[in-house]
Design a binder for this molecule. Structure first.
Ligand code: SF4
Length: 338
């Protein structure tokens, strides 16, 4: 069966890397995404990888984003009984008190909720909400204590937090950003939060790009911008520094999906001694596979948390490394943003 993408809202034809292009294109994509999940599939229409979740998405008619997020929050909550929200695929029953590699239970907590102005210029000021706990174990994590511990901070009440976000939006915040830790591990709470936010709000999903296919399907059309990390250029560094396996395949799968389904900004934090092994392959892959995508190359590495476990991470990135990193980006034609 064919379907017609709703034409009631204009599709922005500006290139993906156009400055400030976080509005109309997103709007059209979101409606298109909803349409894809509402209508019987046409085999000629590209679809995301099947996980079984799409079949249970419970909307059958055009609804607002808050309404759809509310329905999906219930599905996400059910998925905690056999948790595969991130690519670790622990399969534990979080509803029954079991915990997987992230150690998170069924409820979410948060350790930060405030206006922020340190993110990408196009997104600030943002109202940032950081949920406690993460599925990665990056030894250099700048918020390690809270990010590693899902019991840190305060109980997350989605409706109350949304009220704070709405106040921030009314006071001039451009966006609302959900981060962690890693918000994917708290997908039910994240979706419930969106269900209480205005349909027109610009929402940012700041992620480590280690989510699973079921999580992505529940996120389809919900967040306007994916602000995604691509941290390691090879699986050995990922395993050694963040205790994660099969990193390269998973992060690339998520980035390609995010670029097809939302606005995408990719972040890479330069690490001392990791120019050739990490930034160079990351940059080369981005140039080849996501040409024009916005990239934030961050050079402010600080040897925080458990960085001292690794000799090369006991200092900061040298001026020469920073200069060479930018030269690599320039040579590859990457679309670096402030
Ligand atoms: S969110 Fe990821 S790490 Fe946590 S229990 Fe689920 S699959 Fe495991």
């Amino acid at each position: 069966m064919n379907f017609v993408i709703p034409k009631s809202r204009p599709r922005d034809t500006a290139p993906a890397n156009a400055p400030g292009n976080f509005g109309l294109r997103r709007e059209a994509q979101r409606h298109a995404a909803f349409a894809r999940t509402e209508i019987s599939p046409d085999p000629k229409i590209p679809r995301p990888p099947e996980s079984g979740v799409a079949a249970s998405l419970c909307h059958r008619s055009p609804k607002s984003r808050p309404a759809i997020a509310g329905e999906r929050a219930k599905i996400a909550h059910q998925l905690l009984a056999d948790c595969h929200l991130c690519a670790h695929h622990c399969g534990v029953n979080r509803l029954a008190g079991e915990t997987g590699l992230c150690h998170a239970g069924a409820g979410a907590r948060f350790f930060l909720a405030q206006p922020e102005v340190t993110d990408e210029l196009e997104l600030i000021p943002t109202f940032a909400v950081a949920l406690s706990g993460c599925d990665l174990r990056c030894d250099f994590c700048i918020t390690g204590a809270e990010s590693w511990n899902p019991r840190a901070g305060k109980v997350f009440n989605a409706e109350a937090m949304a009220a704070k976000a709405k106040t921030a939006l009314a006071s001039g915040a451009k966006t609302v950003m959900l981060l962690g830790g890693e918000p994917t591990i708290h997908l039910p709470a994240a979706l419930e939060f969106v269900s209480h936010l205005p349909d027109a709000a610009k929402l940012v999903w700041k992620t480590n790009a280690h989510g699973s296919a079921p999580a992505r399907e529940l996120l389809d059309g919900i967040f306007d911008v994916w602000l995604a990390d691509y941290k390691f250029g090879n699986d050995d560094c990922a395993r050694r520094l963040a205790k994660v396996a099969d990193y390269t395949r998973i992060v690339r799968e998520n980035l390609l999906w995010a670029n097809a389904h939302s606005e995408l900004v990719v972040r890479h934090l330069l690490m001392p001694g990791h120019l050739e092994c990490c930034w160079q392959p990351v940059a080369a892959w981005l140039a080849e596979n996501l040409p024009g995508v916005k990239i934030n190359l961050r050079s402010g590495f600080w040897p925080a948390w458990k960085s001292a476990r690794h000799a090369e991470l006991r200092g900061t990135v040298s001026a020469d490394e920073t200069r060479r990193a930018w030269q690599m980006a320039k040579n590859l034609g990457l679309n670096l943003i402030p």
